[in-house]
Design a protein around this ligand. Structure first.
Ligand SMILES: Cc1cc2nc3c(=O)[nH]c(=O)nc-3n(C[C@H](O)[C@H](O)[C@H](O)COP(=O)(O)OP(=O)(O)OC[C@H]3O[C@@H](n4cnc5c(N)ncnc54)[C@H](O)[C@@H]3O)c2cc1C
Length: 618
């Protein structure tokens, strides 16, 4: 939202605004001021005012539309007018597939064809890419008789293009006692960018990139290239901008991930992690709107505690980030290898699993050599399995070096009678390798949920522990669970010994392993709940039991992760909770299994773990 030009101009002229060390983007210069607020009549002025310590109007449960406490239509009409029409009334895009006022068969056909394309989905103001966490209440269908409801989507969206829009949305949600969510791209696996009845702040359209050839700032000894990046910039955009300058940055393997939203705030693993650490380790400073509506810098010498928490302590928890300044590195050639092998007439499941097990013996050496490998292990019908390496990503390495790294394992596979033929290619730059070798991952699969485990280095040094871990992996595969996994080493040394909130389990880990549960959507919710619990307490437990004291990646974890404070945050949790109480004592920025969320629960309408229900204090 933003005030109309008249209000804004009056406010900006009258007030001394906050200024950051690194020049703000133009949209950050447009801030909400008391003078601008004073141009509003009551009650509107009070709706948008900064935090004055008034009690929460809805201290028990945040209302959803239809509740007595939910603002009536005329309030939303006024908000829309004051915001200069930046308030979007949520309409699920797939409503075009259902009879009713939004029915549009042609649009539905278009959506259906592209439904799993993240480029389509991240353009939508309310869509979340893991539909189960929204409650699966409005998916594309060929049956227009079905029902389409808002479910866990927010009710209203502030399509922000200025910091003042964000401040007004934060103040409005807090002052009216409404649920607030922050959405950038909607990639979050756990539904942290969704929430029934919520006002959502949609940061996707904040898109600016500034190259800083030689960054230096108080509080950090880093000097060198950097980028100041608006929070809506996605991986494909920053990679291209960096490439054009002969640079690269730490970002995800997913092309459309919001690198400076949930990715970096949650940790952020990258094809460059075995060289430079996690995404959160790259941050030099951030601009953020806090729960009281103020706009501040968090950096090595301002609001250091907030800065610490924002780097790994999870998205949507501390405030609304508007931009970050991050390190950049010289671009380099990359060698990448693709290969697959599987069971078949000449390869038994036992031989396959011996071949797979042999790979684990090389994890330490590979990751310590700077490799990031990304592989899938797929169970196939009739007790068949396949392994797909896509890719073995080796920044700065030659084809010969990659061949040498892979040779012992490939030799072992051949000894086992497993045919395998790596296709290994050298690329002149990170960007060339990135597009050629990583797949564009499909999204919007409504009947799956994930679980993650970070497998520690100590496991790989202990034969019994490694055997137990491998048995748990095999158990998952034999139960039909496909596995996505990574080999990397984002340890502290590679990251430059940062002090931040990244889960300490990442520093110890050599592998991030994701397994999943799926279900038949026609089953009753209670049966789906049972299947999901069995996953968490069965095959996921086997992985946890094999790796005691390790952790899980909060951005790609299980929505029902037990003891999640330990798994997602490790021993940093108590400090994070303290910082949360300081900056957001009311818990305005609630996210599922985020810091401080143990004080709340989402009372879902179907009893499943999703965002389709009232958010209530426990
Ligand atoms: C296809 C795919 C590929 C992925 N690849 C990788 C990968 O390579 N490496 C990796 O580490 N992870 C990866 N992830 C996970 C991804 O990093 C997380 O889902 C991350 O949270 C996405 O952040 P986002 O801002 O894009 O998404 P969103 O869902 O919009 O936001 C995620 C969280 O961040 C919060 N948030 C968003 N914007 C802001 C903001 N401006 N201020 C404050 N909070 C904000 C939201 O409230 C939410 O809690 C992938 C996920 C998918 C679906």
């Amino acid at each position: 939202m933003h005030l109309s030009k008249h209000y804004l101009t009056a406010g900006l002229l009258a007030a001394a605004k906050f200024q950051a060390a690194e020049a703000l983007f133009d949209y950050e210069e447009a801030q909400l001021t008391v003078e601008a607020l004073n141009t509003l009549q009551e009650p509107e002025r009070s709706w948008f005012d900064f935090d004055k310590g008034a009690p929460d109007p809805n201290p028990l449960c945040k209302p959803v539309p239809g509740d007595f406490e939910y603002p009536p239509q005329d309030v939303w009409d006024r908000v829309k007018a004051v915001s200069g029409n930046k308030l979007i009334v949520s309409v699920p895009q797939a409503s075009s597939c259902y009879h009713g006022e939004h029915f549009d068969a042609a649009h539905c056909g278009y959506l259906t064809e592209r439904w799993q394309d993240p480029y389509l989905q991240t353009e939508d103001p309310i869509e979340v890419l893991a539909p189960a966490v929204q409650g699966n209440t409005c998916q594309v269908t060929s049956n227009p008789q079905g029902s389409c409801t808002l479910g866990g989507y927010p009710s209203y969206v502030a399509n922000v293009s200025a910091v003042s829009d964000i401040q007004m949305a934060v103040n409005f949600a807090r002052n009216m006692g409404l649920r607030l969510v922050v959405k950038n791209t909607g990639h979050d696996f756990l539904g942290k960018s969704a929430g029934a009845g919520a006002v959502s702040i949609w940061t996707h359209n904040l898109k600016q990139i500034r190259h800083i050839p030689n960054y230096s700032a108080p509080g950090t000894d880093y000097t060198g290239p950097a980028f100041k990046v608006a929070v809506g910039v996605q991986a494909f955009e920053i990679y291209k901008a960096a490439h054009d300058l002969g640079l690269n940055v730490v970002g995800g393997e997913g092309q459309t991930v919001g690198v400076y939203g949930g990715y970096t705030q949650g940790g952020g693993h990258s094809p460059l992690s075995s060289l430079y650490g996690m995404g959160a380790d790259q941050v030099l400073s951030m601009e953020v709107v806090t729960a009281d509506g103020k706009f501040v810098t968090a950096s090595f010498d301002e609001n250091q505690d907030l800065f610490w928490a924002l780097r790994g302590g999870g998205g949507g928890t501390w405030g609304v980030v508007t931009s970050m300044t991050v390190k950049a590195y010289p671009d380099m050639p990359v060698t990448a290898s693709f290969f697959r092998f599987g069971t078949g007439p000449a390869v038994s499941p036992d031989a396959f699993f011996h071949g797979l097990r042999a790979y684990l013996d090389h994890f330490e050496h590979h990751a310590d050599s700077g490799i990031y490998s990304y592989f899938r292990i797929n169970p196939l019908p009739n007790n068949n399995f396949e392994f797909v390496m896509q890719p073995f990503f080796a920044p700065g390495k030659t084809v010969e070096e990659v061949n040498a790294l892979l040779a012992p394992w490939i030799a072992r596979l051949r000894e086992l009678g497993i045919p395998v033929q790596p296709r290994t290619t050298n690329y002149p730059s990170f960007l060339d390798a990135f597009y050629a070798e990583f797949i564009l991952e499909p999204v919007m699969i409504g009947t799956v949920s994930q679980g993650s485990r970070l497998i520690p280095r100590r496991t790989f040094a202990d034969r019994a522990a490694l055997d137990q871990t491998f048995a748990a992996i095999r158990q998952n595969l034999e139960h039909g669970r496909g596995i996505l996994a990574y080999n990397m080493a984002p340890d502290l040394k590679r990251a430059g010994n940062p002090d931040n909130a990244v889960n300490p389990a990442w520093r110890e880990s050599l592998s991030h392993l994701i397994t999943h549960v799926s279900w038949d959507p026609r089953l009753p919710p209670a049966e789906i709940a049972r299947i999901r619990r069995d996953f968490t307490n069965g095959d996921m437990k086997a992985l946890r039991d094999a790796t005691p004291g390790a952790g899980s990646y909060l951005s790609e974890g299980d929505v029902e992760e037990p003891d999640w404070q330990q798994s997602f945050f490790g021993d940093k949790y108590p400090q994070l909770l303290e910082i949360k109480k300081k900056y957001d004592p009311r818990g305005l920025f609630y996210v599922w299994k985020g810091v401080g969320s143990e004080e709340f629960d989402v009372r879902t309408f179907d009893g499943l773990p999703n965002q389709n229900g009232r958010l209530c204090r426990i």
